[in-house]
Design a protein around this ligand. Structure first.
Ligand SMILES: [Fe+2]
Ligand SMILES: [Fe+2]
Length: 338
């Protein structure tokens, strides 16, 4: 155990000192996250069951695939958080935030477990959804993408040199920009498409809260990237930019393959072409946030994403404020989160 404090955020070790505080912004993010506590028991999925019976065969196929993705998505993110992010981001303030994020990922896992139990009453259908990472090619591909970026850093115990730090940064950027920030944003679009047609309100309510959490996870990760850029600007060279662009392109392609599987020949208001445009628009937003040039020049084709239900969230947070004696400010909209 050394008493020397690390110079930079990615210097190896398990720094314990909170005073004087070196990264107060991470501590504030932890406090903000605590104010957004919600529980799965508050989501009422009753009316969804009646809605499911009204869906066309194509829509039923889409929702089946979507929940199969949700079955394991957040568990993968939680694993990477513990195995990689917690290990290498050497600041007790940041580790406080990551502890809180881990709790939120657990709530997401519980939410989707409850959703699958409700949507798929047949135990065989449920088991098949949880096995989708192995058996359904479009979901296996996305999981494989995540696992590859976990494997890239798995054997690194300490970020000793520039190559290690670059690999870590790519993992961090991958989970924020491509997984939480693209795969999940793709999935949320299908949910809001249903809601824009008055369907699956329970799923949409839970999604509002997950959406808000995911936006915060992504913002925190990008703040970590900004901090590393300030401390070790030499890591952010053309090579890193090229690697991030390639990674995002691959993520867009994997999510598009998922869209082809979900949409088939296309459904009213939802098809592979609009999803391509949407994903490219999201990918551009991620690149710009990371300080890289936009690549696709795409616009958002989904008006229902811009109409993200601020009203429902406002009610939610007013209710929470009285129930938990914490004041919560702010709302979520598509533009804010990008
Ligand atoms: Fe999550
Ligand atoms: Fe997350």
């Amino acid at each position: 155990m050394t008493t020397t404090r690390p110079r930079n955020l990615l210097d190896p070790g398990f720094e314990l000192t909170l005073r004087p505080m070196r990264y107060p912004a991470f501590y504030e993010r932890y406090r903000d996250a605590i104010r957004n506590t919600w529980t799965v028991e508050e989501v009422d999925l009753h009316s969804d069951v009646a809605d499911l019976a009204k869906l066309s065969p194509g829509e039923r196929h889409l929702i089946g695939r979507l929940v199969a993705f949700f079955a394991t998505g957040d568990s993968i993110v939680a694993n990477n958080l513990v195995l990689t992010l917690y290990k290498h981001i050497n600041s007790p303030e940041a580790r406080l935030y990551l502890s809180r994020q881990l709790f939120e990922e657990a709530v997401h896992v519980q939410f989707y477990l409850t959703l699958l139990d409700t949507y798929l009453p047949d135990p065989d259908d449920r088991a098949a959804a949880f096995a989708a990472v192995e058996n359904i090619p479009s979901i296996r591909e996305k999981a494989g993408f995540c696992f590859r970026w976990i494997d890239e850093v798995e054997r690194i115990d300490r970020l000793e040199d520039r190559a290690d730090r670059r690999r870590f940064l790519l993992n961090l950027i991958c989970f924020a920009a491509c997984i939480e920030g693209l795969f999940f944003y793709g999935a949320f679009a299908y949910v809001y498409w249903f809601r824009s047609r008055g369907l699956l309100h329970g799923l949409a309510t839970g999604t509002n809260w997950v959406f808000r959490d995911e936006s915060m996870h992504m913002s925190f990760a990008f703040d970590v990237v900004d901090t590393v850029r300030r401390e070790e600007p030499e890591l952010f060279d053309d090579e890193l930019r090229r690697q991030v662009e390639e990674m995002l392109e691959e993520a867009v392609e994997a999510e598009l393959q998922f869209a082809r599987d979900l949409c088939g020949e296309g459904l009213p208001g939802m098809n592979t072409e609009s999803m391509r445009e949407y994903l490219r628009c999201v990918a551009d937003q991620r690149l710009v946030r990371l300080g890289f040039p936009a690549r696709y020049g795409a616009g958002n084709p989904f008006s229902f994403m811009e109409l993200q239900d601020v009203q429902e969230l406002t009610n939610f947070f007013e209710r929470r404020a009285s129930a938990y004696q914490v004041a919560v400010e702010g709302s979520v909209s598509f533009d804010d989160d990008f």
